[in-house]
Design a protein around this ligand. Structure first.
Ligand code: COA
Length: 194
């Protein structure tokens, strides 16, 4: 059975992450906003908790910011991770690519037309960071240990985690490029049903 996973991208307009996320998630769960708080595990992975710090059962969340934009994912029955990045103006993509792409990914990235590479680099970046968030290990996971493969249609899929292909079962990656006003963002959501 597919898990229930919902994603929002919100302009926080000066409000705090806690305020925006709490109001939205309380509304979704039909609970009073002041009965909830965001809490974190020792590595910084967020959870939705009661006022006395107990995680809400069977609910998983993930958060990401880029500028004033906040991406929120809420899941029932799944572990989730999200990332969002505004695609910046062209920079030194070669150097960046070498820092976080695994060798097989770098070869695929380099084989596509030069005009597409900048965009695809941020597609890889957001996908890998969404996996980091879902795994809960944050930046302690080397991005090159989360290995993705690019299909002919340019979609990415998970190939291996920590050099083990048997850890990849059950993960689902969804990516979308969105135009929000004058910003173009890559959004990545990963989920694994319990
Ligand atoms: C997760 C992380 C890679 C994302 O960083 P980023 O690109 O700068 O920022 P993003 O906006 O995409 O994501 C930030 C959100 O990630 C979430 N996050 C932080 N640590 C996380 C973790 N270990 N697992 C999952 N999500 C995490 C938080 O919700 C955070 O939002 P907040 O700042 O409002 O609390 C980075 O925050 C990180 O590595 N944190 C963990 C640090 C760590 O490993 N500490 C070791 C302690 S044992």
């Amino acid at each position: 059975m597919r898990a229930d996973v919902r994603t929002w991208v919100i302009d926080t307009a000066g409000k705090s992450t806690e305020e925006v996320a709490r109001e939205l998630l309380a509304d979704e769960l039909h609970l009073p906003a002041d009965s909830l708080q965001l809490c974190k595990d020792p590595r910084g992975r967020p959870a939705l908790c009661t006022r006395d710090g107990q995680p809400i059962a069977d609910v998983d969340i993930s958060l990401a910011h880029t500028g004033a934009l906040l991406a929120i994912v809420l899941a029932h029955g799944a572990r989730v991770g999200v990332d969002i990045e505004v695609i910046p103006p062209d920079a030194d993509d070669e150097d960046l690519a070498r820092t976080f792409l695994a060798p097989t990914e770098y070869a695929q990235w380099h084989a596509i037309p030069a005009a597409e590479r900048h965009d695809v680099l941020y597609q890889f970046w957001t996908a890998k960071e969404a996996f980091q968030k879902a795994l809960g290990l944050g930046a302690t996971v080397d991005m090159r240990d989360i290995v993705l493969g690019m299909q002919d249609d340019r979609r990415l899929r998970l190939i291996s985690l920590y050099a083990k292909s048997d850890l990849i079962a059950g993960w689902r990656l969804t990516q979308e490029k969105r135009t929000l006003g004058d910003r173009v963002v890559w959004l990545a959501v990963v989920e694994a049903a319990h």
